[in-house]
Each structure stands twice: as C-alpha cells, then as structure tokens.
Ligand binder design. Structure first.
Ligand SMILES: Cc1cc2nc3c(=O)[nH]c(=O)nc-3n(C[C@H](O)[C@H](O)[C@H](O)COP(=O)(O)OP(=O)(O)OC[C@H]3O[C@@H](n4cnc5c(N)ncnc54)[C@H](O)[C@@H]3O)c2cc1C
Length: 323
C-alpha cells in the first residue's frame, strides 16, 4: 500500500496559487511520518513550466488541451483515474473554490473520506493527525486522518508558504489523463473582476474593516486613518454585501488576495474565507473586542480595544507625529 502524500497543485491563468506551497509544507510533515514521498499533481495544458519551485519529491503532470481551463468534472475525472490507480495514503487540496469542489466530488466518486477546513497536520506516534477549524474558526477539531486513503482540504494559516518552496525543479513524470473529454460543464467566458478603483492586491498599507464597523457612516473614520497612514481601505464581505464599500475592496475568497506590508484588521473576525487571502501580508495587526476571534491566530500584533476608541485616537496621534 502506497504511503505517498499527493498534493494537487492549484493554479489559475498561468499563476501558481500560494496555497499550493502551503500544501507542500504540510505534505512534507506527513511524508516524514508515513515514510512515503511527496508527489505533486499538476493538471492543465502547457503548464510544465509552472511549479518549478515547489518542495515535492516528484511531479506528475497531466497535460491535455481539455484541461487548459479549470472545468470541475473534467479535472475530477482525470484525478479520479490517477488517484484510483495509484492509491496514495493522503491527497491534499486547497480548501479553495477549486480544491473544495474537486475534493468533495472525488470523495464521493472514490468512496474515500474527506477532511475539510484542515488547518494543520502532524504525526503522533506514527499516526497522521489533523486539526480542522470549524464554525468560522471558533472551534478546533482534532482527529486521525483515516486510513488507508483520505482526502484533506486545507485552509492557510498552519504553515508558511515559504516552507513549501524547494530550490530545485522536481523530476517530472508525464501521465496522460484517462478521461477528460465531454462533461456537463463548459467554460464560455472568463470574466475579469471590474477595475477602475484602486487595486488592493498591490497596496502596501491596507486598513481593512469588518462587520464591527456597524454602519456606512462609520467608514469615514477608517478612511481618515488610512489617509494618515498613506494606505487605502479594504473590507470583509459583510461590509461589501451591505454596499458600504465597492466589491473592488473585498478581501477574501470571493474578493482579492492581498500582500501588503501592513494589514490592519478592524472588527474582522478572521473567518477562513477572509483569512486565506491575507496570509501573505508582512504584518497583520488585529483590533477586535473578542479575545477568542480567530484573526488573533494569524495576527502578529493584536488588541482587544474597541475600535471606536482606538481609531480616532490613533489617527490623531499619527497626524501629530507627522507635523
Ligand atoms: C463561499 C463563501 C465565500 C466567502 N468569501 C468571503 C470573502 O471573500 N471575504 C470575506 O471577508 N468573507 C467571505 N465570506 C464570509 C465569511 O465566512 C465571514 O462571514 C466574513 O468574513 C465575516 O466578516 P467579518 O469578520 O467582518 O464579520 P464577523 O464575523 O461578524 O466579525 C465581526 C468582528 O468584529 C468584532 N467587533 C465588533 N465590534 C467591535 C468593535 N467595536 N471593536 C473591535 N472589534 C469589534 C467582533 O468581535 C467580531 O469578531 C465567504 C463565505 C462563504 C461561504
């Protein structure tokens, strides 16, 4: 029985997704305990040049024009053929829009258990253990990764992307996918997000607001702070859903990934869909009145002060310091 740990490498439109490195870092921990290899699985068309710097022992590339765009059922069929035949001990996916869709379908198709929202993995006396975050990160569930085969969908936060980078391109094995044609889903058009507003993915300082801001009128207070800091305002989903800020400012799974020097999170709980998009920030500072808010797990600095007390005082102090 194979003890290998497979990692489904995620990419979109020629760009590697950072979660792929996180998965490789996790896979290395598991492989050290299982005694197997870390094997990357890269699906697409003309993608062999991607993923040169991932820390895997070898890379399986399934190259096919039918896999040029992410079409869920085609990708699922290709992976089901590969995983069914090679039967790795564990297969890791990102718990992202792409990874979660694949892992769920494959779990049903292969009859293998799926561990979702997994934040961390480790070995314990030869057993492979997972920790999953539930209820938006408020609860942690620990368990053993089921044997003989399991699928694990991981959220970021437990490992640094840097830990999953390698210095040498891995050896590549080309495998033709068994079935990719047809399927019930076809890609008609790729729609780029609207532009025109600031591009928050390129900003060095983001002052980000969450539901804790309470109403649209209070956004002005945050705009003031962003202005004195030389940054821009971004937001979590409830703020955008309410129409208090445009969707171009949305940080998260359904918005943008950001990597500023400073990410100041005001009244944001740190739900996985938000947290996954800010882990590349150099410094995260969290302001949240709830000391158990998951944002504190990924923040370097934090305070449980009420933002309505802190923000005006901080703005004033910075303004004075600049005079
Ligand atoms: C498929 C899917 C995609 C999603 N995509 C995204 C996405 O792209 N981006 C995103 O952000 N979310 C996304 N979500 C929603 C996500 O699950 C959370 O619901 C959302 O991130 C919560 O936003 P929040 O932290 O602002 O609000 P809450 O979770 O309600 O947190 C508000 C926080 O403010 C704190 N607070 C309240 N008052 C104060 C105060 N005066 N001072 C300081 N702190 C205070 C509270 O303690 C609380 O922790 C998605 C969900 C799904 C299912």
């Amino acid at each position: 029985m194979s003890q290998d740990i497979y990692v489904v490498i995620e990419h979109l439109r020629g760009q590697m997704a950072d979660i792929s490195y996180v998965l490789c870092a996790a896979a290395r921990q598991l492989a050290a305990a299982s005694g197997g290899q870390v094997v990357g699985v890269l699906l697409g068309h003309n993608v062999q040049g991607l993923a040169q710097d991932v820390a895997v022992d070898r890379m399986i590339v399934m190259d096919d024009p039918q896999l040029a765009d992410f079409i869920p059922d085609r990708y699922q069929q290709a992976l089901a053929g590969l995983l069914g035949a090679q039967a790795p001990r564990v297969t890791l996916f990102g718990d992202t829009s792409i990874g979660a869709e694949l892992a769920g379908g494959l779990s049903v198709q292969l009859g293998w258990p799926l561990v979702s929202y997994c934040r961390s993995v480790r070995a314990d006396d030869g057993r492979l253990m997972y920790i999953s975050q539930l209820c938006g990160g408020k609860l942690m569930a620990e368990g053993e990764i089921p044997a003989p085969h399991a699928l694990v969908a991981m959220v970021p936060g437990g490992f640094q992307a840097e830990q999953g980078k390698g210095s040498q391109p891995p050896p590549v094995e080309m495998i033709a996918p068994a079935a990719t044609a047809g399927g019930r889903i076809a890609l008609k058009q790729y729609i780029e997000p609207e532009s025109g507003d600031v591009d928050i993915s390129k900003e060095a300082i983001l002052v980000s607001v969450g539901r804790g801001i309470q109403n649209a009128d209070n956004i002005e207070m945050v705009e003031e702070l962003a202005k004195v800091l030389g940054g821009v305002v971004s937001a979590s989903r409830p703020v955008v859903d309410q129409g208090w800020l445009p969707t171009t400012r949305l940080v998260g799974k359904s918005g943008k990934r950001v990597k500023p020097r400073l990410y100041l999170a005001l009244g944001i709980s740190g739900a996985p869909e938000h947290a996954e998009a800010i882990t590349d920030s150099q410094t995260i500072i969290a302001v949240n009145t709830d000391p158990s808010a998951p944002i504190f797990d990924i923040a370097r600095y934090g305070t449980t002060l009420d933002m309505f007390d802190l923000v005006p005082a901080l703005t004033e102090q910075i303004r004075r310091a600049k005079q």
